[in-house]
Write a protein that binds this ligand. Structure first.
Ligand SMILES: [Zn+2]
Length: 363
């Protein structure tokens, strides 16, 4: 509709605090006493004992269910059968895929969602959509729910205790917001939510370029410093706000589309979401014919925090076969993805050329 805009903004409440997991029960009990928790094996190892203790102290009746390892429609359906009548809240404890599975489940059941990220690797805890995959881990689509997360509880100490590579990947996923929202908003109505989304993305980008190296060092030393806290807020909360404000004018573009294409390569399954997106950013910059100086700044930053600059940095130690390139391009350009958010048409040829350029760059 002409002149209309939808703003989803932020979760109902977002709290970041060192040691917060020990007080999670207090927060959750404000909204419900019977909860269903979805988690993963590693996530539960990281947060389970303290969280369970906190839930018990708050008198919360809870059931814990491990998810199957992929965010699929089938998995959300399976979990749905396990949720007992009278359950008041769904709680997702873990990384992006656990969170998105819990989110899909909460929306299928029309129940509020609490997210407790154990990594700062994506904005999944605060966004109102789930990224769905096949059983084999190949990208499918992203249903948007138009329902915000009730509560996001971020324990700075839990995030700092996770392997720093996850945080670096989260930083890669988050700097994409600036590159992609700028592309996506080009030619769209410049209403205030759109401008706010793009400006938020710029704030995030500048914050991450300035603070990431220090924050990673602090994470390694498990020190919840202001730099680490700023990086976590940027990765989890502010990155979600970009789409929350700008919605369809500030969605992903080529970087995430290329990420989707990369999921077709078996070697890439060991690379993290944010690492593939970081590579996708470089491909987007090549498509946009950005100046060398801008690319240099970014590749230098990537190297300083361990993000991939080449496919081989993600474990692909051989040239792509013709068939693999075709498949990568097919999925990257899929109408289910976000390539159409680029302000100019991207073809199979221009995309293949951009990938070849990124691989050939000497900086
Ligand atoms: Zn992402």
């Amino acid at each position: 509709m002409q002149g209309s805009h939808y703003v989803a903004g932020t979760p109902n409440a977002y709290i970041q605090e060192p040691g917060l997991i020990g007080r999670a029960g207090e927060w959750i009990s404000r909204f419900g006493r019977k909860v269903f928790l979805v988690t993963g094996v590693k996530s539960w190892e990281a947060a389970g004992a303290k969280l369970a203790d906190s839930l018990e102290r708050a008198g919360i009746n809870y059931r814990v269910e491990r998810y199957g390892g992929e965010c699929t429609y089938g998995e959300a359906d399976r979990l749905k059968q396990l949720v007992e009548p009278g359950t008041e809240l769904i709680v997702g404890v873990g990384a992006g895929k656990v969170t998105d599975t819990a989110k899909k489940l909460a929306n299928d059941l029309s129940l509020p969602l609490v997210t407790i990220p154990t990594l700062a690797a994506t904005c999944a805890p605060v966004t109102n959509l789930s990224i769905m995959y096949t059983e084999e881990g190949v990208y499918m689509d992203f249903p948007v729910f138009y329902r915000n997360t009730l509560l996001t509880l971020v324990d700075t100490e839990v995030i700092a205790a996770a392997p720093p590579r996850y945080l670096a990947a989260g930083i890669g996923d988050t700097i994409a917001k600036w590159v992609e929202s700028k592309a996506c908003s080009t030619g769209k109505p410049q209403n205030l939510p759109t401008i706010g989304g793009v400006q938020t993305a710029k704030l995030i980008f500048d914050t991450l370029l300035a603070d990431s190296e220090q924050a990673l060092e602090d994470a390694r030393a498990q020190r919840p410093t202001p730099e680490l806290q700023r990086v976590i807020d940027a990765v989890i909360l502010f990155s979600g706000m970009v789409g929350g404000l700008g919605e369809d004018n500030c969605r992903s573009a080529a970087a995430h589309a290329v990420h989707n294409g990369l999921t077709t390569l078996p070697e890439m399954h060991a690379a993290y979401h944010g690492e593939k997106v970081a590579y996708g950013i470089l491909v987007q910059l090549a498509l946009e014919r950005r100046p060398e100086e801008e690319i240099r700044e970014l590749t230098g930053f990537y190297r300083s925090i361990g993000l991939p600059v080449k496919l081989r940095d993600m474990g692909l130690d051989r040239p792509l076969t013709g068939r693999e390139m075709e498949e990568l391009i097919r999925v990257s350009l899929s109408p289910e993805g976000t390539m159409a958010n680029m302000p100019f048409p991207v073809t199979g040829e221009s995309l293949a050329e951009a990938i070849r350029q990124v691989e050939a760059w000497t900086y």
